[in-house]
Design a binder for this molecule. Structure first.
Ligand code: ADP
Ligand code: MG
Length: 689
């Protein structure tokens, strides 16, 4: 149960004055549904304004407060289209347009009567030779002093909201925030000189305040570390089954290759865990092509040898199908029954699989979420393998663990090269095995960075490549959920048209907006060798294997994360021919941008790339994780994660292992931060276990 002291913070956002049905939507778009969310809607930056007597004192782009006299209101010619303009002049007679879009014009009509003088705060812009201020932040009847020289927070907005509106809600939310006991370890708290939670929240909204922001970031890391620690602890206390295979099935495998050292080591670590009664929680990290599948198979066969069943969960239907085919073929000599179960299976076929799982005649099942639905019962599920685990959150992992009378062992697999610090942060409840060695015989991919203006030369090279009988990928960037998305589609379409003009029917295109049948058809033509050039957005990341495709061109390579580039590049270099990857960069590239692309040229090691990218980006956003829906940190920046993660882990460990956990006095306080930062699944496991 959530501690009562937090109730005002978890109240619906409508409990704030001024939030009605109209504003609820835009607030929701910002993820603000409860008072708590408003508190943690921290400013993106701050502006400092300057009070000026007239516009000659200000330059375009300045944040100013200026007295203006209203001259005229101009409605858009077509109502509903174009902005609403209020023309005003300063004491020198300079004209400035106050520009409003959408519903904001109602406010303008009220606030700016013709002939009156008002103090207007906002950013001075220029449009068609006219000075203008778009959506002034403030319009007041008097007092420049109160408005001049002021530091004002700037929040992320959604349409229908203004800075003052959000600012007002934040103020109310702060007023509702209770004083709370301290959960941070006293020595750490003293040493860092942090404000208490209540002050930190208030200060973080008021102005640049490193200590306040650091403390709030630390809270998040601490809550996360603590929750993971509790999960781990309760997992240890759970009843699982010791599965000790005798090797009888694994001995019958007829693998066409010897296992790598890394594979053997990982298999030993996994089967070692499975032989213990407490349920395994292990993450298998391995680059694309490192050979995770066979490791999973060995683990699953060990479970079957010990009389249990194993399930492999894939993130998509397509991947489930691929895994099923591969595993069934590999497992054939063992005589083990492997089945596929996805949401598409209906009727009799589904019934018979469900029967097989219940009576134990199916020993290994591969599928999507469908394999964990309530209607699916197992005779004795002993091992769950989750592929591409970054798509599943901790809470989902916990849900899986509840399946069955005894808790199954869990093996999660990921190809995302997560840097060490972040593995700790996101998967701290798990042990880690790493496939840090690729199977022998893989050829390095010749990677080069070229400026976009050499495109003509590059297209000619693609032509020669295709004439030699090989195929090529041409990748265009497509940034999801971004304003530039339509531009990206247009650019990709244009590139496709240009290549088609040159190479005719040899070119196909697939992108995310395409209907699935068209996408499949395009891919099929390319896979069969009928089409020679595949123009694609990042949709080729998952599940394409065309060994004859040995050239990849990536446009605007600087816009991709390194991990993403690395995964894309992994689509070539699959056959016996030498492969090439050309990274096209735009002309104005930042120093960091240059360094990042240089890294791609120098390294083929996903882990190394991820670690280096983390260093280069510093406070930026981590590649690969946000795109794939990893539950990340909302408050802590990457820089803060690196800086405080070890401290937060040590702090959580101290609390759990030496200070009596959540029952102690500090533990009671820590309970608050778990709920406050929505890591209460940590508390819940504790209760469940
Ligand atoms: P991933 O880790 O990306 O899932 P896969 O398991 O799909 O990698 O393996 C990639 C390819 O490497 C497969 O064709 C697989 O048969 C092959 N492979 C796996 N292990 C070895 C090995 N030890 N030696 C040679 N080839 C291997
Ligand atoms: Mg795989």
């Amino acid at each position: 149960m959530r501690p009562e002291i937090l109730n005002p913070l978890f109240a619906e956002i409508e409990t704030l004055d001024g939030v009605g049905p109209k504003l609820k939507k835009p607030l929701e778009r910002l993820g603000l549904a409860r008072v708590r969310d408003v508190l943690y809607h921290l400013p993106e930056r701050f502006v400092t304004r300057r009070a000026v007597k007239d516009l000659d004192e200000a330059g375009v782009g300045d944040q100013i407060v200026v007295p203006l006299t209203v001259v005229e209101h101009r409605s858009p010619r077509n109502p509903g289209r174009g902005p609403y303009r209020v023309l005003a002049q300063d004491v020198l007679g300079n004209i400035c347009a106050l520009t409003y879009f959408g519903r904001a014009s109602y406010t303008a009509k009220k606030q700016l009567p013709v002939g009156e003088t008002r103090w207007v705060a906002g950013r001075l812009d220029q449009f068609d030779q006219t000075l203008q201020i778009v959506h002034p932040d403030h319009v007041a009847e008097k007092s420049a002093d109160a408005m001049g020289k002021m530091v004002e927070p700037i929040y992320r907005l959604a349409e229908g909201l203004t800075q003052p509106r959000i600012g007002g809600f934040v103020e109310q939310a702060i007023a509702k925030a209770p004083e709370m006991p301290e959960w941070i370890e006293p020595n750490t708290f003293e040493r860092e000189g942090w404000p208490n939670w209540h002050d930190a929240i208030a200060l973080a909204h008021k102005g640049e305040n490193g200590k306040a922001r650091d403390r709030l970031a630390y809270d998040e890391l601490f809550a996360n570390a603590l929750a993971l620690m509790l999960v781990r602890q309760s997992n240890r206390a759970r009843r699982g089954q010791a599965l000790k295979g005798d090797g009888s099935l694994r001995d019958r495998l007829e693998l066409p290759f010897p296992l790598t050292g890394a594979q053997r080591r990982s298999i030993d670590e996994i089967t070692g865990d499975m032989a213990q009664a407490s349920p395994m929680l292990r993450l298998l990290q391995g680059d694309v092509g490192a050979g995770k599948t066979v490791v999973a198979l060995e683990a699953m066969l060990a479970a079957v040898e010990a009389g249990a069943q194993a399930a492999l969960l894939a993130p998509t239907e397509l991947l489930a199908r691929q895994h099923f085919e591969t595993l069934r073929a590999m497992a054939k000599p063992t005589g083990v029954e492997v089945a596929l179960l996805t949401g598409r299976d209906k009727g009799r076929a589904r019934e018979s699989i469900l029967m097989g799982l219940l009576d134990g005649s199916i020993q290994i099942v591969v599928g999507t979420h469908a394999i964990f639905q309530d209607t699916v019962s197992y005779k004795n599920l002993g091992l769950v393998v989750i592929d591409e685990q970054h798509r599943f959150g901790v809470s989902q992992r916990l849900m899986l663990a509840q399946k069955g009378k005894v808790t199954p062992h869990t093996l999660a697999m990921t190809a995302t090269p997560i840097p060490r610090t972040l593995v700790l942060a996101n998967h701290g409840e798990m042990e880690v095995s790493r496939l840090d060695e690729l199977p022998p015989g893989r050829q390095a991919i010749d990677t080069r960075v070229l400026p976009l203006d050499r495109i003509e030369e590059i297209a000619a090279a693609v032509g020669r490549h295709v004439e030699s009988g090989q195929q090529a990928y041409w990748v265009c960037p497509m940034v999801r959920d971004s304003e530039t998305m339509t531009d990206d589609i247009a650019a990709a379409e244009a590139r496709y048209a240009a290549l088609k003009e040159r190479f005719g029917e040899d070119v196909v295109m697939v992108h995310g907006q395409l209907a699935p049948e068209l996408k499949d058809a395009g891919m099929a033509r390319f896979a069969s060798g009928d089409a020679k050039i595949l123009v694609a957005t990042t949709v080729i990341e998952v599940g394409v294997d065309v060994p004859n495709a040995t050239l990849m061109v990536i446009e605007q390579a600087e816009r991709f994360g390194l991990a993403q580039l690395h995964q894309l590049r992994g689509r070539v270099g699959r056959g016996s021919e030498k492969s090439t990857c050309l990274l096209l960069r735009s002309n104005e590239l930042s120093e960091t941008g240059k360094q990042r692309l240089a890294l791609m040229r120098e390294s083929q090691d996903g882990f190394h790339l991820a670690e280096e990218d983390l260093k280069l980006r510093g406070g930026g956003e981590l590649l690969g994780t946000k795109q794939s829906g990893e539950e990340g940190f909302r408050i802590a920046s990457l820089e803060q994660v690196s800086k405080y993660i070890d401290m937060a882990n040590a702090d959580a460990k101290l609390l759990v292992e030496q200070e009596g956990g959540l029952e102690s006095a500090r533990g009671q306080a820590a309970r608050l931060v778990l709920y406050l930062l929505e890591r209460d699944w940590g508390v819940q496991t504790l209760r469940g276990g």
